[in-house]
Design a protein around this ligand. Structure first.
Ligand code: FIX
Ligand code: ZN
Length: 419
């Protein structure tokens, strides 16, 4: 077994970098879909530029009424974003830098600033080919989607039995049901589930039937829901009853983790549409309650507020059925990814899932992983070098084992599944 001279930081850094580059990534939370799902798979230059992070940043520079922007075609919206964020100002934000990283990794000449040549590149490609190219560029082994039975564009693909690509795994997303029961209940009744508006009576058994049917149909890896900063549990509400009487019992019965994603303040600025959501600090008590009272259930948890991250790490030290994952959304910026990754490795060692891409546009997995792998590599190198000072030896196999766990192995082990 070849041990690494940890006193030589450069060689450690090289070895960690190679291990990260070679590791097959499981991206555990995305909003991308196989081409067989049709138009809900977003890719290409106009989708890249109209990503809601970039729209929010663009609108800060413009007096244009939001509605006037939304009336533009996607092509015209992309032109506005490109001119505003890339030509009229230097593209230094993480979302802007991500666009440049994507274009560069795809072999396009970023220095040309020739958006039409970028569009022409994508126009020449087929979706199936582009998925292979993008996944190959950053060594993606597989991704987990965000799958919503209440999405009228997505549901037909599932009912038609269309999954189509073994690299795309499902996560059953429950926002529509848990956060808007008043809207979901009549839809469920229309599908033949005998539920009532108060989520009472036989609603619970019918919702459990709904969950089981969709977990089976999708072979869902976990159930997920995004929740407000004010989320409390247990709670005397439709959401509280549905989680307690339906989601948690099915999670236990079907051995499927539950992924509360907490801290989303929805639509603080509705004019920005998808870009109008914000963030708020939540109570970690609710995570501790769930983990303590449901030890047989595994909880995949990501929390949106930077201020919650330290207490989430401490909670994870207390509960082995709590797996912390990702630097979610407003946390996905280099300074915070580094802070969170250092905190996690110092408090939890390697028993974490440091990142997910959250890609809404296929091409985004490129930048989210190139940027994050670099930061994870820097932190890991420091940690190996820190222990080297005691005389501890680390082999290249050790490093590859550790990195493979962070970029996928820990997730599969937590699921109790094999790839
Ligand atoms: O709830 C979620 O899955 C969030 O990730 C999205 O709603 C959000 O818009 C996003 O894409 C953040 O990166
Ligand atoms: Zn997401």
């Amino acid at each position: 077994m070849a041990f690494v001279d940890l006193r030589d930081r450069a060689s450690v850094s090289d070895m960690v970098g190679r291990a990260l580059a070679d590791a097959r990534i499981t991206d555990i939370h995305t909003h991308i879909y196989p081409p067989s799902f049709g138009s809900i798979l977003l890719w290409g230059m106009d989708e890249i530029l109209t990503f809601h992070y970039l729209v929010a940043e663009t609108m800060r520079w413009l007096d244009m009424p939001y509605d006037d922007f939304w009336k533009l075609s996607k092509h015209e919206q992309a032109d506005v974003v490109w001119k505003t964020l890339f030509i009229d100002h230097s593209p230094v934000s993480e979302a802007c830098r991500g666009v440049l990283t994507m274009l560069d990794a795809l072999g396009l000449d970023v220095s040309s600033r020739d958006i039409e040549s970028y569009r022409a590149y994508f126009a020449r490609k087929r979706a199936e080919e582009h998925v292979d190219d993008v996944f190959g560029l950053v060594n993606i082994d597989s991704v987990v989607m965000t799958n919503d039975p209440f999405d009228d564009l997505e549901r037909p693909s599932w009912l038609a039995g269309r999954q189509g690509d073994p690299r795309f795994h499902a996560a059953l997303r429950l926002d529509a049901m848990l956060n808007s029961w008043e809207t979901a209940a009549p839809v469920l009744r229309g599908w033949g589930y005998k539920v009532d508006d108060a989520a009472a009576g036989q609603s619970a058994s019918e919702v459990r039937r709904f969950l089981k049917e969709w977990i089976d149909r999708m072979d869902a890896f976990y159930m997920a829901v995004s929740l407000p900063p004010s989320f409390l549990f247990p709670e005397d509400s439709a959401r509280g009853r549905l989680i307690e009487e339906c989601v948690l019992p099915i999670a236990a019965e079907m051995n499927v983790p539950f992924a509360p994603m907490i801290g989303v303040k929805k639509q603080v600025n509705p004019g920005l549409m998808l870009a109008g959501d914000s963030v708020g600090k939540c109570s970690i008590d609710v995570i501790e309650y769930l983990c303590r009272n449901y030890p047989e259930i595994r909880f995949l948890v990501t929390i949106l507020s930077r201020e919650n991250q330290h207490e989430l790490c401490v909670a994870a030290r207390k509960f082995r059925n709590l797996m912390v994952f990702g630097c979610w959304w407003f946390l996905n910026s280099p300074s915070i990814i580094e802070e969170m990754t250092r905190m996690r490795l110092e408090l939890l060692g390697l028993s974490v899932i440091p990142q997910h891409s959250d890609a809404r546009v296929l091409d985004q997995v490129i930048y989210k992983w190139i940027h994050s792998r670099r930061i994870i590599g820097q932190v890991l190198t420091d940690k190996y070098c820190d222990i080297a000072e005691t005389g501890w030896l680390v082999s290249e196999d050790d490093i590859r084992r550790d990195v493979d766990g962070l970029l996928g192995g820990n997730f599969w082990r937590f699921l109790g599944r094999s790839k």
